[in-house]
Design a protein around this ligand. Structure first.
Ligand code: ZN
Length: 133
């Protein structure tokens, strides 16, 4: 599998960035018609998820829900002071898999791929891997 590193700069501490078009562009470069697209997050305080992009309030509500579940301060020991970001990143996960069918990401109508920043702003990147059947 060929992996490509894609830069994803972030500009606030918590931020959901729709990276669907970035990943689709990497797929288009390969010309693969059927296979698997993988996205990997090589960071510990940012995660990946798939969810709705039609209504921006969905991403906002996920961020707000995570903030309620995992407060910034609490009974944490990690000296860097960003334990909430580590926990939120693990809740989202560090990899995604999307089928490639007829040269396109086989996402549902309302689905988008989200880069989930929890300890920004930082210069981030993700790895995009395309496998042909
Ligand atoms: Zn840390």
């Amino acid at each position: 599998m060929k992996w490509t590193k894609v830069e994803v700069p972030t500009n606030s501490r918590t931020q959901f960035i729709d990276i669907t078009s970035i990943v689709a562009a990497e797929l288009a470069k390969t010309g693969v018609k059927n296979g698997t697209c993988s996205v990997y997050m090589p960071h510990t305080t940012a995660g990946l998820t798939i969810n709705e992009n039609a209504d921006p309030d969905v991403a906002r509500d996920i961020v707000a829900g995570l903030a309620r579940l995992v407060p910034v301060t609490g009974d944490y020991r990690h000296a860097e002071g960003n334990s909430d970001a580590h926990i939120k990143a693990s809740l989202m996960g560090f990899s995604l898999m999307v089928p490639i069918i007829d040269g396109r990401l086989a996402l549902g109508t309302w689905q988008a791929l989200y880069f989930c920043e929890f300890d920004g702003p930082r210069h981030r990147n993700v790895l995009v891997g395309i496998t042909s059947e």
